[in-house]
Design a protein around this ligand. Structure first.
Ligand SMILES: O=c1ccn([C@@H]2O[C@H](COP(=O)(O)O)[C@@H](O)[C@H]2O)c(=O)[nH]1
Length: 308
């Protein structure tokens, strides 16, 4: 689904936020872990099953108020194939619940390999005479610092299948400036050049709301850069991580939005999925805690930004 679908879901729920599904086994409440470990053992299989059940419970609690989820592949990869199976099942469950699914994979490689990643995460894979969908996400995150041939296969799939991608521009981590803020001549920066490249890569694919299939990642933790990126990328939808656990605030993320609160979505992962750890109730209330945290985040951001 292209950014038109994401924008429409945001408007319908009046909520420009995405819940990150970044589950570690220790984030899963004990009653779920216990059930799974009893059945599957205290093993990778038991941990993967616990994580899947936790994800489903979170999505049940959030599906009428949060438009999108963003599973981060790393948390599933660390459990091997059992984790990847649960990621595929999590994406399927999310889509059945009506969520827009952003697979946070940050891939980037030579063209032929990028094509394989693109088939797996967004498109289809041909085996003999048959064609299969694997992860079938609506959207992925990409690392475009290898250049256009590392993202073009994804963008081609996005155009063909009405999907979209967020490409790293200015990331939220503390050391992102080591490369991204390096001067690139004429007062420009490396992240500034990346912003221009992404606008070029997406050209000609604007949808109903004016956004191309090539969106951008800009962290909440660098509000000055976020403001510049928003102005420099008028046709790019922004994914803004770093709110909450990394210190980004509603005041900081206000700069990501265009007129009518359009063109951006703000992520929180630990702030939502670990909210139960702050209620002192052993995790029996993890759904209510996640829902309350998601509502608080929405209301916090909407103090500065009205969604129309
Ligand atoms: O610049 C970036 C790009 C991606 N991320 C991802 O977002 C979430 C943030 O999690 P929190 O728990 O809300 O801090 C995580 O999946 C990162 O891999 C990012 O933080 N910054």
């Amino acid at each position: 689904m292209s950014f038109d679908h994401l924008q429409e879901a945001i408007i319908a729920m009046k909520n420009p936020t995405v819940a990150g599904l970044d589950p570690k086994p220790e984030y899963v409440p004990m009653h779920i872990r216990k059930e799974c470990y009893e059945k599957y053992g205290e093993t990778l299989e038991g941990a993967a099953e616990a994580i899947y059940r936790f994800n489903c419970g979170l999505m049940d609690a959030l599906c009428d108020i949060v438009p999108a989820v963003k599973p981060q592949s790393a948390y599933y990869e660390r459990l091997g194939w059992r984790g990847m199976e649960m990621l595929e099942r999590t994406i399927r469950y999310a889509k059945d619940k009506g969520f827009f699914v952003i697979a946070d994979i940050k891939r980037g490689d030579i063209g032929s390999t990028a094509e394989a990643y693109s088939d797996g995460w967004l498109g289809t894979t041909k085996v003999g005479e048959s064609t299969f969908s694997s992860f079938d996400a609506d959207c992925v995150t990409l690392n475009g610092y290898m250049g256009s041939d590392s993202v073009n296969p994804f963008l081609k799939t996005c155009k063909a299948l009405d999907k979209c991608a967020f490409i790293l521009v200015k990331t939220s981590n503390p050391s992102s400036g080591e490369l991204q803020n390096v001067a690139a001549g004429n007062g420009d920066t490396v992240y500034g050049l990346m912003a221009d490249l992404i606008e070029q890569w997406g050209a000609g694919t604007q949808g109903k709301y004016g956004y191309t299939v090539a969106g951008a990642v800009a962290g909440a933790t660098h509000p000055d850069e976020l403001k510049q990126i928003r102005a420099r990328m008028p046709h790019s939808f922004l994914l803004v991580p770093g709110y909450g656990a990394q210190g980004g605030t509603a005041e900081d993320v206000q700069y990501a939005f265009q007129d009518k609160g359009r063109g951006a979505i703000v992520n929180s992962s630990r702030g939502i999925i670990c909210a139960w750890q702050k209620t002192g109730k052993d995790g029996m209330d993890y759904q209510e805690a996640a829902r309350n945290a998601a509502i608080a985040m929405r209301d916090d951001i909407c103090r500065f930004t009205t969604i129309e």
